[in-house]
Write a protein that binds this ligand. Structure first.
Ligand code: XMP
Length: 516
């Protein structure tokens, strides 16, 4: 299934929803030609929404030949309007904008797309222009009080369109609509799942690597853990993993990698204990950007040294290491341009930035996958839940969760408070609701408190629980008061030096998720 990207953030969401319907999807730019699409031999095409108006100068266009390929196509929002205009329908600025939840009336009995959906439903809209006249040969399937043509279809030609956004959760019947298009209208089977991804990737890795040696840096996070496990499944002990303990990890993380992960995968692991080196390099530094730079620099240094040692060892055996595993995900590929012509939003660098003259060939078994799919594959491979279900944790670790200078004592204090927060949130069954919950030590702030018999002058701990889909935007999670009370009691009683717990109630934007 191909998703044609007309800009904004919609295409990735559509691609994810299509995969949730067990159909493999890829994103392509709107500049793609009909011949290029035909060469990919898709089973269906979705045209995404986008921020433009079809009448704007330079508005993203579509090769009209794409609608003549005989492949089923569904247009969504802007994609719906592009389709209407290309086929001779009429799109106009009616002055009636619809943003947010909108009531729509469905009149589509017998339609495979909408025929079995409620005739009155609420959907998510975001448009200024409207289709006022469907192209010849099309049935109008839905309307709103201000949009006469809110959905249409031409079943004979396999062409469908909706003005609303079925891919967002605010359209309650949206996923059902997408699945109707995929499975019923286009007849695509629901047969894509983690099991066959593993089999495909194992075969692809074996074909790429042969009998060559492979190296991989583990961060403790889910992406590198799953990437390495897949490679290990494919080539066994031809793979060696390096794990750098920089001392900025959370409680238990090193053990999770060294014991739980190794026990469940059998990978060969080399741990580098660089805790003193990092603390030394961070001494006296409070500026967040400087801390990040130092941590990044030390990380690369340490990793390269460990790598050089392994390379020397392998070369002595007459069998050099030629491959490097990277846990690059599909959103990174899309946002970096992906070779498919999609806009270059940002360039991603894994493992702290790769040198220009990389001496390795990259092995990237997760390049086609979204995060939730990587987790599903990790579970299928039997990885421990503490790693597969782990919430995002920044590369610079606790180093950017101490506002002020990073010292060993402060790290110990923060590790303790963070462990309490994680344990209580998990015990309260809140993990699924929370994207991540940074716990921050305001080491440069002190306030007066009274603990036991005496006056204290301690540091505050900040709780930053956020809910998010992709970390680009976020809202603060409304945690139950009794859970907050338990966390606050435990931290102020059990963590020496902390006499106050505060809750961050800022969305992103304007606040970022991390404090530094
Ligand atoms: P912000 O704070 O920018 O964070 O809202 C967005 C997401 O990125 C994570 N983050 C980082 N991850 N290296 C990383 O690997 C970093 O330097 C870094 N800074 C922020 C953050 O935890 C959140 O998930």
């Amino acid at each position: 299934m191909l998703v044609v990207d007309f800009g904004a953030q919609y295409a990735q969401l559509i691609a994810r929803r299509v995969r949730e319907a067990s159909v493999y999807s890829e994103i392509v730019p709107h500049s793609i030609s009909a011949a290029e699409i035909a060469a990919k031999n898709p089973v269906g095409i979705v045209l995404s929404g986008g921020p433009s108006s079809v009448y704007e100068e330079g508005a993203p266009a579509l090769d009209p030949g794409i609608l003549e390929l005989g492949v089923p196509v569904m247009g969504i929002c802007y994609g719906f309007q592009v389709m209407a205009k290309a086929l001779g329908g009429e799109v106009a600025k009616t002055g009636a904008r619809e943003y947010g939840s909108t009531d729509v009336a469905i009149d589509a009995s017998g339609s495979s797309l909408l025929g079995e959906q409620p005739t009155a439903q609420t959907v998510w809209m975001s448009h200024g222009d409207s289709v006022v006249q469907a192209p010849d040969g099309f049935d109008v399937l839905a309307s709103t009080s201000s949009t006469p043509v809110a959905a249409f279809s031409n079943t004979d030609r396999g062409l469908y369109g909706v003005q609303w956004h079925p891919e967002v959760k605010h359209s309650p019947y949206g996923q059902d609509l997408l699945e109707n298009f995929l499975h019923r209208a286009a007849g695509i089977p629901a047969d894509w799942n983690p099991g066959n991804v593993i089999a495909d990737q194992v075969a692809a890795i074996r074909a790429q690597v042969g009998s060559g040696k492979v190296i991989c840096g583990l961060s403790g996070g889910v992406d590198s853990a799953v990437a390495a496990a897949l490679v290990h499944e494919a080539v066994g002990d031809q793979l060696v993993c390096i794990f750098v303990d920089h001392g900025l990890l959370r409680e238990g993380e090193r053990r999770q990698v060294e014991e739980d992960y190794v026990a469940s995968t059998g990978v060969r692991l080399v741990t580098v204990d660089a805790r003193e080196q990092f603390l030394g390099a961070l001494a006296g530094v409070s500026d967040p950007e400087q801390k990040r730079k130092i941590i990044g620099r030390e990380f690369i240094r340490t990793f390269e040294q460990a790598q050089a040692d392994l390379i020397a060892e392998a070369a002595a055996d007459g069998d050099p290491i030629r491959y490097l595993v990277q846990g690059t995900l599909y959103p990174d590929v899309v946002e970096s341009g992906g070779g498919s012509g999609t806009a270059n939003i940002k360039s991603h660098h894994n493992v702290g930035g790769l040198p220009e003259d990389l001496q390795f060939e990259l092995v990237e078994p997760l390049r086609a996958l979204f995060k939730d799919e990587v987790r599903a594959i990790g579970r299928e491979l039997g990885l421990p839940e503490v790693i597969v279900g782990r919430q995002p944790f920044p590369g610079p670790g606790l180093g950017i969760r101490i506002v002020g200078e990073v010292t060993f004592e402060r790290l110990e204090l923060l590790r303790h408070a963070d462990a309490i927060v994680r344990a209580e949130l998990t015990a309260a069954g809140l993990d699924a609701e929370i994207w991540q919950c940074p716990v921050v030590l305001l080491a440069d702030v002190r306030s007066v408190g009274v603990q036991g018999d005496g006056r204290t002058y301690g540091h505050p701990i900040v709780l930053r629980p956020v809910s998010s889909e992709d970390a680009m935007t976020a809202d603060w999670t409304r945690l139950p008061y009794d859970v907050l009370a338990r966390i606050s009691n435990r931290i102020t009683n059990e963590v020496t030096g902390v006499n106050r717990v505060v809750l961050d109630v800022t969305s992103k934007p304007p606040g970022t998720i991390e404090w530094e």
